[in-house]
Write a protein that binds this ligand. Structure first.
Ligand SMILES: Nc1nc2c(c(=O)[nH]1)N[C@H]1C(S)=C(S)[C@@H](COP(=O)(O)OP(=O)(O)OC[C@H]3O[C@@H](n4cnc5c(N)ncnc54)[C@H](O)[C@@H]3O)O[C@H]1N2
Ligand code: MOO
Length: 392
């Protein structure tokens, strides 16, 4: 079977499912979710011309005064009455300017003598220290588009736009099946031949960070019947995720178990390193993704396939990992027949590869801040060369 290019495999995986139903969620709980509809402003921001400083609202054309302090305007108060000629308004940050005033003399630059206001310093132009009506956004303006990721700034924008809750994609449910006779639960004793199942908590952490709901099915031994049952029992989830048993050995039973459970495989084996044995398909309404068991392979394939799939189902318009450009601190060798995703971190001199690129090297993985993407067949790279990275 020839190896599938990464981009093609990503496209085929995302095509296996579409966005989950939308739900209305309190804005304060929307971080990490994706909008299902365009969001429009229900109000002008600012609602009136507001002062950006504590001081005095004046008419700039009357410079250099002096002015009589006729009224006061504070944040939370309605629009004050208009200023007459020669009048100013005591004003505080966030408060509305009286009609006809157009600049703020900050109080550090003001002097009060005999009940009159005199300016110090440079001439004030109209508009100084004024936040004009609707300059942030105007009522009915589109604030955010369907598919946008909601972070703190987007939530602030929507709330300021008048929204208390937002329509977002439902959180995908992911059933997580860890396979391998050698695995024991985290923290349990490890008799000879055994090791802790680190993939399940690692993947649960990655999934939790983007809002997916994880259903941990637990550790399933390398037994065709047990594994088939575990996959069948997971079929209510939006995504069935397995780790281990994806390769070609006699005890790599995920593929036969998936077939026995009635699943149809869409692809297996990707042109990437690490992560070659990745597979995907459908089992009933669930999308199945089988990650390799090696912890680094599981981490890299989760970054490139699992997280984009979750984002896609949760409503993201742009679900694939974002790339960036950075320069190398040291040369890199030519790549082979697969795209390399090298684990690396940033230094003042540029990117440095972690101490081991072995797909089981978790101590090295824990140093990584990004993946350097090196397409198959790349020539050696020199120090200082710019490369594409995927920040982690
Ligand atoms: N003859 C070949 N052998 C292998 C090939 C191949 O093409 N031909 N591919 C290699 C590649 S590439 C990878 S990646 C691995 C993936 O194999 P599996 O998905 O079948 O993974 P396992 O054999 O079950 O486990 C590999 C390794 O990872 C450890 N592991 C598994 N699950 C966990 C877990 N939940 N937590 C922590 N560690 C885990 C497991 O103990 C093994 O050491 O296959 C190569 N072989
Ligand atoms: O593709 Mo495997 O993940 O290189 O070890």
């Amino acid at each position: 079977m020839s190896l599938l290019p990464v981009a093609e495999a990503q496209a085929r995986l995302l095509a296996l499912g579409s966005r989950l139903p939308e739900e209305e969620v309190a804005a304060s709980a929307c971080a990490g979710r994706w909008l299902t509809r365009d969001i429009f402003a229900l109000r002008d921001q600012p609602w009136a011309d507001l002062s950006a400083m504590d001081g005095y609202a004046i008419k700039a054309a009357e410079w250099p005064g002096p002015w009589r302090i006729a009224i006061e305007s504070t944040a939370g108060a309605a629009l004050p009455p208009p200023l007459a000629n020669g009048e100013s308004c005591r004003i505080f940050t966030g408060a509305p300017l009286p009609p006809a005033s157009d600049a703020i003399l900050i109080q550090e630059d003001a002097e009060l003598r005999d009940g009159l206001l005199y300016p110090r310093g440079d001439v004030l132009k109209a508009g100084r220290h004024v936040r004009a009506t609707a300059t942030d956004f105007a009522v009915n303006q589109r604030l955010l588009s369907a598919g946008a990721a909601l972070g703190p700034a987007q939530i602030a924008l929507a709330v300021l736009g008048g929204h208390g809750s937002l329509p977002v994609g439902a959180r995908p449910r992911v059933a997580l099946v860890s396979t391998g006779n050698e695995l024991v639960p985290p923290g349990a004793p490890t008799p000879p031949g055994c090791l802790p199942c680190s993939n399940a908590p690692m993947l649960a952490a990655m999934l939790g960070a983007i809002g997916a709901e994880v259903i941990d099915i637990g550790i399933i031994p390398d037994d065709l019947e047990a594994l088939t049952k575990a996959l069948e029992n997971s079929a209510k989830a939006d995504i069935i995720l397995s780790t281990g048993g994806a390769s070609v050995g006699d005890h790599d039973l995920v593929r036969p178990a998936f077939a026995a459970a009635g699943g149809s495989l869409d692809f297996w084996k990707i042109r990437m390193r690490p992560g070659k044995p990745l597979m995907a398909g459908k089992l009933g309404h669930s999308i199945f993704l089988g990650l390799p068991g090696n912890p680094v392979s599981a981490f890299v394939t989760a970054t490139l396939f699992l997280l984009p799939l979750v984002r896609h189902l949760a409503g993201a318009a742009d679900p694939l990992p974002r790339s960036a450009i950075a320069s190398l601190a040291a040369p890199l060798p030519a790549t082979g027949e697969r795209d390399d995703y090298l684990r690396a971190f940033h230094t003042a001199d540029g990117l440095v590869s972690v101490t081991s690129q072995d797909s089981a090297a978790t101590a090295a993985l824990a140093q990584a801040e990004c993946l350097i993407v090196r397409p198959a067949g790349s020539p050696p790279a020199t120090a200082g060369e710019q490369v594409t990275i995927l920040p982690l």
